[in-house]
Structure formats: C-alpha cells, structure tokens
Design a protein around this ligand. Structure first.
Ligand code: ANZ
Ligand code: ZN
Length: 823
C-alpha cells in the first residue's frame, strides 16, 4: 500500500488536545441536551471488533450532535459482576475482583487509545460498593412495594455438578457438562414482580416510534397478552371444578377431551385409583425431565388417560380427562379444553390416541359429510355450527356471546393472561450484589436499614466451587448478624442478584455518578432524561431491554424520574462475523482485536472501513481488505489539501449565486450542497455506509490535484466537516491546516444552500442526424445519459430514432443533443 498520511502523529496530537481541552466533558447545565448511550461492556478480556462497532456508532452520533451545538452526554461503564469472573476464579485461582479490575484496565486503555468520545469522569463500575449499594437500595424499595418477593421455584438441578443450571445448559434432559440426568428441584428464590407492569410494558410500546419494529414485536410476543374465557368443567366423580383457560370459547361444543399439565395440582384433585394412578405417576415423573421448550415444540405430543371425566358446562356432555405434557403448568390455569378439529396441537394428540374430532366451525366450501378431516381448520372468523343456540354466530361476536353466557350463569369469567413471568432475580453465586435481607426466626424477612448499606461482599478466602448454594453461605462472619428489628440472632440472605438488576438502571447513575446520598438526583434526571439514542446489539431485545423499561416505570411511580420510558430511540447495530460466518465472541475464541489493524492503518481508516463495509444495522464480515478503498480515499483528500494554500480559512457562511460562478463551478457547488444534504440525512438515519459513498463520489468531482482540480479550500472545509463524525482525528487535522483555530467539533454542522439545490431548467434542442426533431426541458447540469433518456421519451424523437438504431450521440451540455442513427 502507498505511504499513508501521517496518522500516528495526528492521532496522538488530537487525542491529547481533546483531553486537555475537555472536549468530552459533559456540561453540568445543559441547555439543549443529547444523551447518547451505548450498552456498557462486560469486562471479560480486551475489547474486540464487535465492541468496536458498537462504540464507533455511538461515537459518530455523539460527535455529530456536538457539532450541531448540542450538550452531549456520552458516558461509559462496566457491567462488572457475573459468572465468567467466578469461573475464572475457579479455573485460575484468581479472585473475581482482581480478574475483573485487570480486564477493565486493559479494555479502558484500548477505548482511550481508539479515541471514543466518552466522558470518563462519569465512568460506572457495577462491582464497586459505591454502585451496588444502590442496587440494594433499589431492591429494598421494590421489597417495600411488594414488588420483590420470595417463593419456591422449580430449578434445574444437576446432581453431578451439584449446581443449578440455566435452561440453556440442559440438553435433552442432561447436564451439558457432566451428562448427568438433570432433576427438577424446588428452591426458595427471589422474584421481581414485572408481571404487575405487563399491561403498561405492552401499551407503552406504542409511545416509542423511535424503536425498531422487530424489537417491539419481540417484546409484544414475550409479554404475550391473551384475552379469553376461564371456565369451569365440573369433575364428574366429585363435582369439583376443573378450571381451564381458552382464547377460543367459540369452539367449546367441539371439545372431545381435557388435558392437564403433569405438574398441575389438578392431578391430585382427580383422586386417581388403581392402574390409572400407577400409569399417571410414571408419566408425570418422565415429563419432569423435559424442558418447557422440548415439551411445546417437539413433534409427537404424548399423554396418558386418567380414567376420569369432566362435564362440558355448555353441552352437558362427559369429556375424558388426559394428562399431557404439551400443557404447561405455568400458563393459564395449567389445564385446557381440547378441540382437535380446530387446534393444531389437539389435532396431533387426538390422532395419536384415536380420540374423536368434532367440527363446530363452518369451513367455506367444505361439507361436513365429506369424510374424515385431514387438516385442522383454525380460522378465527368462522361461523359456529353444531353449537346449539350459538349456531350462526361468527368470530369475535361468537367469542363475546359465549363469554357472556358463561358469566351470566356463573361458571366462567372473561380473563386476560400474560405469557410474561416474574423475574427470578436471586443467584446462588458469589460475584454479585448481596441481597440486603435478614432472615430472623422471629420476625421473618427483615430489610437491612438503608443506613447500613452497602451490605458488602466478604473478601478474603472464598471457596467458589459450586455446591448448589451460594458461596456466601460458607462465610460465617457474613451470615451471622443480629436482626435489625428485634436484635436477636439472625442470618443474612446469602444469595446475590442477577446482573440484569445492575444494568436495569446504570444509565441513571451516569447522571450523577458520585452522589453518595442517593442513587441519583431528581434534578439530574430532569435534565437528561430520556436517553435520546440507545445503541446496542439485538440480543438484548427481550432480556435487558424489558428490565430497563420495567425499572424505569417503577422509578417513575416513585416520582424519582420524569419519564416512564427510558429511551426515545433504540438502534441495534448488526453483529460482526468472522470469515466462517460465526458471530465474533470471546466464548468462540474467534475475536480479532482492532488494535493491531489500527497500528498499521490508522484509527480513522479502521473506523471508515467498518462503517463502509456494511449498513450499520446489518451483519458485517470483517476483512482487512476493506481498508484499501477507505485508506485511498483519506490519502487522496490529504493530498488535495496539500495543494491548497495553507491557512486560508475560507468563510463557512459564504453562499454562491449562479451568476458569480462559471457553470462548471456552479455545478460543483451544487454537487457539494447535494452531498451536504445527503450526508446529513444519512447520518441521522444511521446510514453511515451511504454517507461515505456520497463523500467518495463528491471527491471524484473535485478533479485532480493542484491546477487540475476544480475544488477550493471552501469545498474541502465542508467535506471535512461532513467526515468529522466518522474520521475524527483526520478531520480535526485538516481543519487546522485550513486555518481554523477552534476544534472542528465546535464548528457547527454544515447546512446546504437551498438556492443551490433547486434545479435550473434549460431547453435542449434534440436533433436526429442533424435535423431538429424536438425540444426538451432538462436540468442545466443534466448529463448526456439523462438527456438521451428524456429525449427518447419524446414521441417525435423516438419515431425518427428507434432505440435499436442509435449509433452514437453528440452532446453539448445545456444546449444540444444530436442522435446519430444507422440508416
Ligand atoms: C381451546 C382452543 C380451541 C384453543 C382452539 C385454541 C384453539 P394463547 O393465545 O397463546 O394465550 N392453552 C391454554 N392454557 C394452556 C397451557 N397451560 N398450556 C398449553 N396450552 C394452553 O393460547 C391460549 C390457548 O392455548 C387456549 O385456547 C388453550 O387452547 C391453550 F381451536 O382452548 B385453546
Ligand atoms: Zn427479628
């Protein structure tokens, strides 16, 4: 590659300068604020190309807003608690704190080296007691409101590793580390009541036009609101109600069996006897080994008959009751009425066990006597048939009529169910925020008083080997306390919080990172909220981004923040992939560091290459080869500047009129203004790649270096401004070479000259073989190709010059087009 512009020297100069002049420092009293937030980092090693992409996108936004004159807040921090630090401690015998702090130091140095415009004075580190103290404070506020509670929950338990496994660690019923058969175990766990906010989390998505549709759809599905009927089917043997939830009461005359989840308390209420009891017992045991996902998606639905019957309250018929594991205990009432003729899962199940089908919805074009049903008919807008007094009712009207009927007779109710579950927030781990609760034999669960926060993690010798309980349980100095309420001996809760708790509110701590009396001041929240743009990967669509919205709503209800949504806009950048199309990640061991590449090509070339390689919201296949074009582009601009008189400091407010420039010069001025407009719009739309393409195109129009070029310092100055958010060091250097004193990031964002954007129209004479055949209106700077296209659209011209006979054209810009046709 040809010698590059002296990027090393330039990068060092401007980074030092920006730091010294406090360019990134946040204004304490913003007049026109802009809060740009990038998802903070998990410090598991040095940053790689994947992080780099996230951070340069945020940086480009921050720098453009700075140029627009906004008061920008662009902070950074570390999501520093979590399992990998603890695993490193087990593997390498290094304390999680040491490991984490070392990784932070390395990654921070890298970020500083690549010149991202963070205000480091506001750095937040979640494993610091000054931070997690406020997690505990927040937890207690939730506890006071009944939004944090403890209950027994089933967890996956590996008897081999003696630990609780996440759902992803259970593969086909086995532990993915030691292949032991995973058991379900009931443990007391802490939950946060996110379900209390389900409706608001759903409704408020409509107030977020700046969030991507796909993320909103994922959240809607995750929340999973269903409206329907809860209705009692009395058990035939006891008269006790078997309550089911259905979204399709219009199919209730088609019920041919009932299905109950294996874990449902209803299994007991059936009071099974003899063979049935044995068979069902065996089935329930087997079902316990499968995950919910396996149970609901696997091809073959299986189950077992119980020998019991329920009575359909609408038709009075007896309906056999089955236990089937496609029914989930945790949803609805844990029992369903099965309608094999109109529901896919019930259909598959009925076929397998030879259970009858009954059609109760009219399928257009199909007569009921046409033999056995081959496919289910699931339309929601069909007419009820064979349904007694409801025959003829259609769709939602049918649903309404059946619900009303059940409500009037007192055996059913309209009901809304959500798929969303409460947030299981306790972890049996060391490296997290201790839960600030004391268990007192007399008083029960007692909150640690605010004044005693933080409850610190014990330091010193800790045994991190998993034993199925928190390592904190084995630290007597930590466990034994006196009850804050009665003073009697009591024990601390030994669990720690899920790290999603830390990341649910970190964006608020940035507003007031040193406050030691409150997590943040309301005043600061009023100044800066909501976040204007939040940037991060799509992988967090339903996890972090739900908790982040939930906690904001809780704080809003406590009147601690002024907005009920944390972020106005969300942008998901695409993943960075390796050569084999796998996502670049530490766990796959396929990461490429941006550092080496930057050493060779420069930071700004690396940035431009990344921006140019792919639209920012799409996947990107990283390749060094992409740098050839972007390096050439910067080198070329560099040489163009060298040909200009030094320090000419052109007037940036200067506007040119058509009359004072030659037509060529005006055409270039026009192209410049078109480019200003396009780049401004592209950057707002996060389309960095097309912005760069437009700048490259424009540079071609500048012509050669020196006297061969049509450009002047004025043009170069504007291009440099447009480039600055993307290639900041390079742009700052050029800016100063052009003679400007202040930073380019304080120079204002260039505006296009509207007069130069309007088209000037001229009349072009069109000849065919030298004879005048027509006149067309074209833009003054229309190209030959444009003119020919317009001319051929003119019927008279086309008659004398059929397209297939055109041999060549002669074009005099703004005046004449002569089409030469073959005889
Ligand atoms: C009868 C019926 C007939 C149903 C029909 C559907 C179609 P959504 O919309 O996702 O909320 N269901 C209810 N509880 C269930 C559970 N615990 N496990 C598995 N399935 C359950 O789904 C509601 C529908 O899913 C309910 O409506 C019920 O089946 C089933 F033609 O009742 B339906
Ligand atoms: Zn007590």
């Amino acid at each position: 590659m040809a010698a590059h512009y002296p990027f090393k020297e330039i990068e060092a100069r401007w980074q030092a300068h920006w730091n010294a002049s406090g360019l990134y420092r946040t204004s304490p009293e913003p007049r026109d604020k802009y809060y740009v937030l990038v998802m903070f980092a998990y410090p598991s090693g040095d940053i790689h190309m994947g992080h780099f992409r996230n951070y340069i996108v945020g940086d480009a936004v921050a720098r453009k807003k700075m140029m627009e004159g906004k008061d920008v807040l662009h902070p950074f921090g570390w999501d520093a608690f979590g399992l990998p630090a603890e695993n490193a401690a087990i593997k390498r015998n290094v304390h999680p704190e040491t490991w984490t702090r070392e990784n932070i130091a390395v990654s921070r140095a890298t970020l500083q080296k690549v010149g991202i415009s963070y205000d480091w004075d506001r750095e937040v580190i979640t494993c610091a007691p000054e931070y997690y103290r406020w997690n505990q404070w927040l937890f207690l506020r939730l506890f006071e409101r009944g939004l944090a509670y403890r209950k027994n929950a089933e967890v996956n338990w590996c008897p081999g590793c003696k630990t609780v496994l996440a759902n992803e660690q259970v593969v086909a019923g086995e532990c993915d580390r030691c292949q032991s058969t995973v058991q379900k175990k009931t443990l007391a766990q802490w939950f946060l009541k996110i379900t209390a906010y389900a409706q608001r989390l759903l409704d408020d998505l409509d107030t977020l036009p700046g969030w991507p549709e796909n993320v909103k759809t994922m959240q809607r599905n995750w929340i999973g609101r269903s409206e329907g009927l809860e209705v009692d089917f009395p058990l035939k043997h006891s008269g006790q109600p078997l309550r089911i939830f259905t979204t399709r009461p219009d199919t209730i005359y088609g019920v041919t069996y009932m299905a109950v989840a294996p874990e449902s308390p209803y299994v007991q209420e059936l009071e099974l006897e003899g063979e049935f009891k044995v068979e069902v017992g065996r089935y329930v045991h087997e079902a316990g080994k499968k995950s919910d996902l396996e149970r609901t998606t696997e091809g073959d639905k299986d189950g077992v008959f119980t020998g019991r019957y329920a009575i359909n309250p609408f038709s009075g018929e007896d309906v056999p009751i089955w236990i089937a594991d496609y029914v989930l205990a945790s949803y609805g009432t844990g029992a369903v009425m099965a309608v094999p003729a109109h529901d896919e899962r019930d259909f598959a199940f009925a076929r397998r066990y030879g259970l009858p089908l009954r059609v109760v919805l009219k399928e257009p074009g199909r007569k009921p006597q046409e033999g056995p049903l081959e496919v289910v008919f699931t339309s929601k807008d069909a007419e009820m048939i064979h349904s007694s007094i409801f025959d003829g009712k259609i769709g939602s009207e049918a649903v309404e009529a059946t619900i009303r009927y059940a409500e009037e007779r007192g055996f059913g109710q309209r009901q809304v169910h959500f798929r969303l579950r409460d947030w299981l927030v306790s972890r049996q781990r060391y490296w997290g925020t201790p839960i600030p609760i004391v268990h007192c034999p007399k008083c029960g669960l007692v909150a640690v008083p605010d004044g005693e926060l933080p409850v610190r993690l014990p330091e010193g010798e800790i045994d991190f080997i998993p034993k199925g309980r928190s390592p904190l349980a084995d630290v007597p100095e930590f466990v034994h306390v006196s009850c804050p309420n009665c003073g009697e001996p009591a024990e601390r809760d030994v669990d720690t919080m899920d790290t999603f708790m830390d990341s649910s509110w970190y964006f608020l701590r940035y507003l007031d990172p040193r406050n030691d009396r409150r997590p943040f001041a309301l005043e600061e929240a009023r100044r800066w909220l909501p976040v204007d743009k939040y940037i991060g990967g799509i992988t967090h669509a339903t996890g972090h981004l739900m908790y982040f919205r939930f906690i904001t709503k809780v704080l809003y209800d406590m009147m601690l923040v002024p907005t009920f949504e944390p972020s106005r806009e969300l942008f998901n950048h695409g993943m960075v992939m390796d050569g084999e199309g796998r996502v670049m990640s530490k766990s796959l061991g396929n990461v490429i560091s941006p550092i080496e590449f930057m050493d060779q090509e420069g930071i700004d070339v690396a940035r431009l290459t990344m921006f140019f390689a792919s639209p920012a919201d799409k996947e990107l296949l990283w390749s060094d080869a992409g740098a050839v074009g972007t390096a050439r582009f910067l080198d070329r601009l560099w040489r163009l500047v060298e040909w200009l008189p030094a320090h000419s400091r052109p007037d940036l407010n200067r506007r040119y009129s058509r009359t004072e420039l030659s037509s060529d010069a005006f055409a270039l001025y026009r192209r410049l203004n078109q480019t200003i407009r396009k780049v401004s719009l592209d950057l707002e739309a996060m389309q960095f790649n097309t912005a760069i393409a437009a700048l490259m195109e424009l540079l071609k129009e500048f012509g050669g270096e020196g006297r061969g070029g049509a450009y002047e310092a004025f043009h170069v100055a504007k291009v440099t401004q447009l480039l600055a958010p993307l290639a900041p060091h390079f742009a700052e250097e050029i800016w100063h070479r052009l003679g400007y004193g202040e930073s380019i990031f304080r120079s204002g964002w260039p505006e296009s000259d509207p007069d130069a954007l309007t088209l000037e129209v001229v009349t072009l004479a069109v000849q065919v073989n030298g004879k005048l055949r027509g006149q067309i209106e074209v833009a003054r700077d229309a190209t030959e190709a444009d003119a020919l296209k317009l001319a051929m659209a003119d019927a008279r011209v086309a008659k004398f010059a059929p397209p297939e006979s055109v041999a060549k054209t002669i074009f005099v810009k703004g005046r004449l087009l002569n089409i030469v046709v073959r005889p």
